[in-house]
Design a protein around this ligand. Structure first.
Ligand code: 5RP
Length: 231
């Protein structure tokens, strides 16, 4: 199976969880885009759902497919969010944000009853950190935050757009891609980054994933993530 076929297989399995009447968080990225295409085809056949897109790109894709989309002003609860990932570890902890949408993705995931993560096989890792951790920062703070991110043990690189200018997110912020090589204590790092003034959001998603669907040559691996004790 190619990586593309693995993504497609994971997306096909994920949409089986969508039921009529649901409010569905629609993720961002190439794997999520396959899921949105499938949802579009289901809506064309009569499925009634409401989508909450996690980026402008996904909103445009969904609208073009005829999926009704709303913002957070119009929904109280999101039943299910389906999104891709850049890495997932055995505890279901994620690194996201390769597509630069992790701020809205995390907000939507945080409002969702359930999050299903879909990915191709190479995204499953034993330890997080080989993928550079995206950290979204306000533009004003960017120069001051670089040395602070270095002090945490990373090599931060300001993300650039294709035209060589600074990449800006849907919310108008910059992203540092932080190379930690490996992240030994994701919870500690997440807390440190979350309390750093000027950091808007980081790509560590801890305690969000409920089900991880990995496309592999042997089929789709379904991983149910156990709740944290007391969580
Ligand atoms: C976007 C994301 C994506 O889910 C992540 O980058 C995976 O994308 P892809 O499926 O294209 O590899 O977090 O912010």
């Amino acid at each position: 199976m190619t990586e593309d076929e693995q993504k497609q297989a994971a997306a096909e399995k994920a949409v089986e969880y969508i039921k009529d009447g649901m409010v569905v968080g629609l993720g961002t990225g190439s794997c999520a885009a396959k899921m949105v295409d499938l949802v579009g085809a289901m809506v064309a056949k009569g499925l009634k759902i409401t989508g909450v897109p996690t980026s402008e790109a996904t909103a445009t894709q969904a609208r073009n497919l005829g999926i009704p989309v709303v913002g957070l002003d119009e929904v109280n609860v999101i039943d299910l969010t389906i999104d891709g990932t850049d890495e997932v570890d055995p505890q279901g902890r994620l690194i996201k944000g390769g597509g630069g949408a992790h701020l809205r993705e995390k907000i939507v995931a945080s409002l969702s009853d359930r999050m299903i993560v879909i990915a191709e096989a190479k995204k499953k890792v034993s330890q997080l950190g080989a993928f550079k951790l995206p950290v979204e920062v306000v533009q004003f703070a960017a120069p001051a935050l670089k040395p602070r991110l270095e002090a945490l043990g990373s090599t931060p690189t300001l993300r650039l757009a294709k035209d060589g200018t600074s990449f800006t997110t849907d919310e108008g912020n910059y992203i540092y891609d932080c190379d930690f090589e490996k992240i030994d204590e994701p919870e500690d790092l997440a807390l440190t980054l979350s309390t750093m003034p000027g950091v808007v959001e980081h790509g560590l998603f801890i305690g969000f994933a409920d089900i991880v669907l990995i496309g592999t040559d042997a089929g789709v691996e379904v991983i149910e993530i156990a709740d944290e004790p007391g969580g």
